[in-house]
Design a protein around this ligand. Sequence first.
Ligand code: S3P
Length: 428
Amino acid sequence: MSFLVPNIRRIYGRLIPPPDKSISHRALMLSALAQGKSEIKNFLRAEDCLATARALKMMGVEIIEEKNNLCVSGQGLFSLKKPSHVLDVGDSGTTLRLLTGILSAQKFSSVITGGDSLVRRPVKELLYLLRSMGAHVEGHEDDSYPPVHLYPVTKKLVAITCKPSTVSAQIKSALLLAGLYVEGQTVIQETIHTRDHTERLLKLFGAAVREVDSKVQLTPSELQGQSVTIPGDISAASFFITLALLLPESELEVEEVGLNFTRTGFLDVIQAMGATCEIDPLIKDSYEPTGRIFVKASPLKGVTVSKELTIRTIDELPLVALLATQAHGETKILDAGNLRFKESDRLKAVALELSRLGAHIEEEESGLVIQGPTPLKGAKVKSYHDHRMAMMLMLAGMISEGETQIDSIECISKSFPNFLMVLGKLSE
Ligand code: S3P
């Protein structure tokens, strides 16, 4: 259903962002594989994470849900049961990859598939690496895409030492989860350090995991049930941070938000653009650091985002592009080829849709180049059923002159079901 973007004057107030999506998935999976009860407080009840819950329930995991709190009765690493149907994980790429890691090591067969965007998400390198551990796994179109077929292991998987060529936390995490079942020590070397939530949670659940230089080493170990509180999602908060920077006289305080270094690239980018952005890291001794962020409307200048910073900002790059349309000078987003394989081809989608609003933006093979500042003008735009595109375009419409209509925004419930309600509360 098409959506007419509302007009708002400014953003003002205090935001406690929704629970972190990446950490919610992982906390639930590890609780399901652990021995004993786990309590997950502040779990993200959005489509993607609910897809993980549904798949685990289909394999016999007992999950009691009370609002945002889950109680999971884990029975250990070998307790999953053969699902009676194909596992449909909706459009959740994280569920697809991480579950593929776990299921590649089971004594039963299973099939993972999902919606239209999921069956275009690449799995080739992941399947190749799992096969090198001895797993029997197959994908569609020469192993490129889901559905993924996983066959029973007949002989225990073997540990590998590898350096994936795709820079991806999902591949790393899937290999670590498979690594819980192998003979020997799994060693994954990263060319660029990606989000490390799996490593942190594995440690919390008692696994023998170590990070040495750019290598993650895991020795198979039983997991013990835990009580885990999920921090606020910095990626979700970034939408409102962006709007506060762009709308004159805005002020926003974000509280209880995750400040894991592998996720805070966006804050570094906006500071480099000249934004007023204060960061108070309040809790450092938990399994994930959290804190408070204060931002206010600020004049911005162009920047270059590349390599390690691109990876630490991977989900926020559409927002960087939007900010760049209003910043003085040129902004370059480099080394962002991975963006072509998200819920949409985000390099193409961002360039095309922001151009419709009048932005000066060039799509390159693995990046974007934006010239600013350019006043944007309302137009009809498309979300490609990609949640981060839909929310970014909503903000773009709000800073545009005239009406903006987005073809569909239902996809927002994938990660941020309360987005419109929060917007209503914070906007004036
Ligand atoms: C995620 C990792 C990132 C990110 C995605 C969530 C995760 O993907 O874009 O939204 O939870 O591990 P890749 O690391 O595979 O690029």
